[in-house]
Ligand binder design. Structure first.
Ligand SMILES: NC(=O)c1ccc[n+]([C@@H]2O[C@H](COP(=O)([O-])OP(=O)(O)OC[C@H]3O[C@@H](n4cnc5c(N)ncnc54)[C@H](OP(=O)(O)O)[C@@H]3O)[C@@H](O)[C@H]2O)c1
Length: 264
């Protein structure tokens, strides 16, 4: 249990980016179940409208706004408006992210940059909009959704793994300062969770978790505090262990485990 601030529903709003689908959607609903008023943002208006209706019977509530996380100016404008009418955002879950497999040959730089733009640029835009406000209030909680894929460079995930590694290292770098500002900074490192993002995968997904279970674990982690929220523990520990191995052993094990690249 961390001594740092942890947001409670009576303190203000929770904000979830990428809330139209998958982990963001599940977490927004779980926070509303726990009594939070939640601001849900994403680009798909229709999916957000459905989410608001689904939350109507819950203890808390969800309001939705369409925002692209890469549009820093629009996102700031939306946060200004929502805070003016609904009160301060005390918990921000910067979750929006994208993934598709990538290859070394042919290498697609535009596609690589797009993943960084959303996964890293989108989070950075969220941090900018929240840090000043939370620092001025002397408290707040921000959780960044990275991934266990950021622990190591997984095959066919050059952009995704490196974007998530960037988030983890960025959070480590900011943490000491945010503690001093009264802002609880957390990094969420999920393993495989069943969502539209992982439905695209054609490879085995060990310890795949159901969305509702993952959403509960994430919200428990918000309530508990501590720097890292990672699950399932089995996959997280295996990947953390692999990170410690000499590269020769590491690459040999990864080749065996993934069967990639296939033999010609
Ligand atoms: N599923 C997993 O196994 C897993 C594991 C580790 C980490 N993660 C991370 O968890 C996060 C959510 O993934 P997911 O599995 O829930 O995927 P998902 O179901 O595809 O959801 C992605 C969400 O991000 C939003 N999004 C994408 N681009 C956006 C943009 N430019 N601006 C605003 N919102 C945007 C999407 O909404 P719109 O399209 O409506 O904008 C959607 O709500 C990602 O950061 C992912 O890397 C997932």
């Amino acid at each position: 249990m961390s001594g740092l601030y942890r947001a409670r529903p009576e303190d203000g709003l929770a904000w979830v980016t990428g809330a139209s689908s998958g982990i963001g959607r599940g977490t927004a609903l779980e926070l509303a179940r726990r009594g939070f008023r939640v601001l849900a943002t994403a680009r798909s208006k229709e999916a957000l409208d459905t989410l608001v209706i689904e939350a109507a019977a819950l203890k808390g509530s969800i309001i939705a706004r369409t925002v692209d996380v890469t549009d820093a100016a629009l996102q700031k404008q939306v946060i200004d408006e929502v805070e003016a009418s609904e009160g301060p955002i005390m918990l921000a879950f910067l979750n929006a992210g994208i993934y598709w497999p990538m290859r070394a040959h042919p290498f697609d730089a535009a596609s690589f940059k797009k993943i960084f733009d959303v996964n890293v640029g989108g989070v950075v835009n969220g941090l900018e909009v929240m840090f000043d406000r939370m620092a001025a209030r002397g408290r707040g909680q921000i959780a960044i959704n990275a991934s266990v894929a950021g622990y190591i460079g997984l095959p066919r995930a050059a952009a995704y793994s490196s974007s998530k590694a960037a988030l983890i290292v960025m959070a480590e770098s900011l943490k000491i300062e945010t503690d001093a500002l009264g802002i609880t900074l957390q990094v969420v490192n999920p393993g495989f969770v069943k969502t539209p993002l992982t439905d695209k995968n054609d490879h085995p997904m060990p310890f795949l978790m159901e969305l509702d279970d993952a959403s509960r674990v994430i919200c428990d982690g918000f309530a508990r505090g501590g720097f890292e929220i990672t699950f399932p523990w089995q996959l997280s520990r295996i990947l953390k262990f692999l990170r410690l191995l000499p590269y020769e052993t590491y690459f040999s094990l990864i080749r065996k485990a993934t069967g990639y690249p296939p033999k010609r």
